[in-house]
Design a protein around this ligand. Structure first.
Ligand SMILES: Nc1ncnc2c1ncn2[C@@H]1O[C@H](COP(=O)(O)OP(=O)(O)O)[C@@H](O)[C@H]1O
Ligand SMILES: [Mg+2]
Length: 288
């Protein structure tokens, strides 16, 4: 049984007063339980769009996505939201922690949507997760008192606290120095191996990509398997864009995977009212 499959997936948008733009074309990808896949591709190649498909945030224009061998398009948006919340964890370049909330409160947040025992024991579960990422001494620290590496660890604890079966990482080390980046990736691997979760890592960085078992390259919306991602040449523009201190335009692009609306849909923004038992509000996007 496959965890997630994409067959002939195409995503086309029609910007106002412009011709249709095909962002993904004919993407085939099968993710097995416990799989580890890397995807490299230049800026603008469609990586975030693909990540939104893998994360069940958007549906393809054509083609099919299945989760646990069931076609996702048959699900209501609310059911997809629930499935995503329970089964998929996202790690972004931006840590997206809530300022003014402690590490423990940040990691507890996804559990506000759970029910029963998990909801009741949410603080203990969150504290155990922070211990697992080596931050048991930081439970009551505010994000601005933590280093970049520690903030990413909190973000990872928050992404993994519900025990996802699929971990989707979009440039997870993009804002970290080399050593911190490697140790953060080791941490994700460790948790994935321990829990049997599958991982898909989108990255510019060949050394991060090489950690995966299977490698792909996305080029103008076309996904192809590659033997060794380190043999994929980087352009000077790629290097500039992967630099942590590059101008923030790319990171704040409203279409990026970690845009505000995506964060809201992932429940990484403050829940509005009465969080207990309520799923995050669905804001299904429809392209014009
Ligand atoms: N909703 C949209 N409307 C118009 N263009 C879009 C939309 N989403 C993505 N694009 C364009 O599609 C291309 C791929 O975007 P994206 O998936 O964000 O690439 P990447 O993450 O690889 O940088 C870019 O040229 C982007 O500007
Ligand atoms: Mg992107």
């Amino acid at each position: 049984m496959s965890l997630l499959t994409l067959s002939e997936v195409t995503r086309t948008v029609i910007p106002p007063d412009q011709p249709a733009l095909t962002i993904l074309s004919g993407v085939d990808l099968t993710i097995e339980p416990g799989d580890h896949v890397s995807i490299v591709g230049r800026s603008g190649s469609g990586k975030s769009t693909l990540l939104n498909m893998l994360g069940l945030l958007d549906l393809p224009t054509s083609g099919e996505i299945t989760f646990d061998d069931r076609p996702v398009k048959a699900y209501s948006a609310a059911k997809r939201d629930r499935l995503r919340g329970a089964a998929i964890g996202f790690v972004f370049q931006q840590f997206n922690l809530l300022p003014g909330r402690t590490a423990l409160e940040n990691v507890t947040m996804p559990l506000l949507y759970s029910t029963g025992r998990t909801f009741w024991h949410r603080k203990r579960i969150a504290a155990e997760m922070l211990e697992l990422v080596g931050l048991e001494h930081r439970l009551s620290s505010m994000p601005d008192r933590l280093s970049g590496g520690e903030q990413q660890r909190v973000a990872i604890a928050r992404s993994l606290v519900r025990g996802p079966r699929l971990i989707l990482a979009d440039e997870p080390t993009g804002a970290l120095d080399l050593d911190t980046g490697q140790s953060v990736m080791e941490l994700i691997d460790e948790v994935a191996v321990r829990t049997g979760a599958a991982q898909v890592t989108i990255t510019h960085d060949p050394t991060i990509a090489r950690r995966a078992r299977r490698h792909f390259r996305l080029d103008r919306g076309v996904l192809t398997p590659v033997d060794d991602p380190s043999l994929e040449p980087l352009t000077r523009r790629d290097r500039r864009e992967m630099a942590p201190d590059a101008e923030p335009a790319a990171a704040t692009d409203s279409r990026d995977a970690d845009s505000d609306s995506t964060l809201e849909r992932l429940g990484l923004r403050e829940p509005s009212t009465s969080p207990h038992g309520a799923a995050p509000v669905s804001t299904e996007r429809t392209d014009p």
